[in-house]
Design a protein around this ligand. Sequence first.
Ligand code: ADQ
Length: 459
Amino acid sequence: MSRLVVISNRLADPRKPAAGGLAVALGDALSQTGGLWFGWSGNITEDGTPGEGDLRVRQAGAVTLATVDLSREDHDSYYLGYSNSVLWPVFHYRLDLADFNASYIAGYRRVNQMYARKLLPLLKNDDIIWVHDYHLIPLAAELRAMGCKQRIGFFLHIPVPPPLIMAAIPQHEWLMRSLFAYDLVGLQSECDVAHFTRYVRNEASAEELEDSRVRAFGATVVVRAFPIGIDVDEFTRLANAPEAVETCERMREEYSRRRLLMGVDRLDYSKGLPHRVRAYRELLDRYPENRKSATLIMIASPSRDDVNAYSDLRQELEGLCGAVNGDYGELDWMPVRYIHRMVARKRVPGLCRAASVGLVTPLRDGMNLVAKEYVVAQDPEDPGVLVLSRFAGAAEQLKEALLVNPYDTQGMADSIQQALQMPLAERQERHQKLMAGIREHDVHWWRREFLGALETAGA
Ligand code: ADQ
């Protein structure tokens, strides 16, 4: 069996339970092959030289972890700049939030080149290399330029925007051409594959061949959707563990007279958090029977605080929540509980289970794993209802959720009301179907499908 090499911006020690499903799934595959996981250490060296970083290699069980530090300048231009102020907003269709500062691209290229340089001597001839996400799009091209011949696959965790939105990035052609240095490009949804294919057809006169192969820029790559899943068994275990059970019981006791609606997200403008609060406000307005009986819990963990768009969002959200509480609240009822914090992973399933309605309402999302976690955490005898944005990648799979358009405040309020009133039999039926799909297409399925396709791609 070939050794697996995973490269991602951040890595996690796969032996630690806090690592989450993705790290566990990748960790399993890495352990089985005595693999190598390479990425940024998370450290910034204030006086470091751009394009240079110390490589640290350590062992975590059967897995080798190799990390490099970033200089302040590299971190600011590669990570905060090009990755999170150009690629993240544009790939989520938010040209209005993109900062096309011309200096960022140099840092992005420099760090990808440095990663290739540091990684190359660690590689063996028959390694299989799996690169993750938008921070590392040009990594294969850099590796190939240094003579790397191994099979390389890429998985993009975020959406692919329509071609004309992509074309707003000054280096769009270079970015898309870089993807053709991979043997396999995996995307989250069929919608993403369609956008990718349309782009290369329009902009690079690509030829679509058999077996999901696309030819452009003088190279051929396999492009397919591999919708990521969660580790259902791990999450079920977590849901049955004392911490989750206790969290659920505490919530039910605290809110015994209320129906809970819940959202757990990173505080990110892609997640549609203000839109959710507006829809909830509309719900209280249009369906006053929910006043004093519904409570919205919004848990939004701090994220990328040093990018401006995020501090603006935080202010907007605090203003909206404050206004709902001020306008509708009573001495004994607070309509919204907004918590700007990360909750411990082991408590997440308990929170999900206590909520009658799970609100997952992004404006755009590669997949959204919270949607799947919410379903898995439910009691099958008395499950809550998932209200899911049609703009999350997960909506292609989770058809039995109540699908909503987060821009349509009234429509979303109506769907939340429908969720609150849904009869038990319908809730059970929807839950059963959702569960079956989530179980079949779990994170281990995703990993097997991707690595299976990579084995044969380009062969
Ligand atoms: P994210 O944008 O981070 O990931 P998501 O898929 O929702 O989004 O996963 C978030 C994970 O973090 C979930 O496991 C969730 O439980 C946890 N989480 C979120 N907020 C939390 C909080 N406040 N406290 C505790 N835990 C919290 C990117 C893409 C997604 C894609 C994933 C995986 O943006 O579209 O689904 O990668 O490919």
